[in-house]
Design a protein around this ligand. Structure first.
Ligand SMILES: [Zn+2]
Length: 152
């Protein structure tokens, strides 16, 4: 089931801001050596840390799933993050939880069209309609924990 802080069925919102030291990090030091997804692994550990703290705030129930939003501009590859999560959760209090990744599209605001446009390529942030480049990214940079599923 899902809970949130406002008591409205919906989402627990937290943003992956910075990695904090995790007490079980030492336990997986050996696995860290063989992991070739160091960046994703530290992000996976941060996600687990955030989810643990949120679950604690909501009564400390076991976390069955962690939902995150991931944008192509976050620099994180979904597949790498998924396998890093498998590794990171092992010796954590969240060993039974799943990671559910929602991939969000790149959307820019085009001043010339006065409209939000979906961009197909991460390489060139230009309006697909009028070809004007835009630095105004509305979505696509997400790397956020958006919801937790907690067990009773
Ligand atoms: Zn345009």
């Amino acid at each position: 089931m899902r809970r949130d802080s406002q008591g409205i069925p919906g989402k627990v919102v937290a943003t992956v801001a910075s990695a904090s030291p995790l007490y079980w990090k030492a336990n997986i030091a050996q696995k860290l050596l063989i992991a070739d997804t160091m960046h994703e692994l530290s992000i996976a550990l941060s996600i687990i840390d955030i989810a643990s703290a949120e679950a604690e705030r909501h009564g400390g129930g076991a976390v069955s799933a962690i939902h995150i939003k991931l944008g192509p501009l976050s620099g994180v590859v979904k597949e790498a993050l998924m396998s890093a999560f498998q590794l990171a959760r092992e010796q954590s209090p969240l060993s039974d939880s799943r990671l559910v990744v929602e991939q969000v599209p790149i959307v820019i605001y085009c001043a010339q069209c006065d409209a939000e446009r979906h961009v197909a390529s991460i390489q060139s942030l230009v309006c697909p309609t009028c070809s004007l480049p835009s630095g105004n990214v509305i979505s696509g940079r997400e790397l956020e924990v958006v919801a937790l599923e907690l067990q009773e």
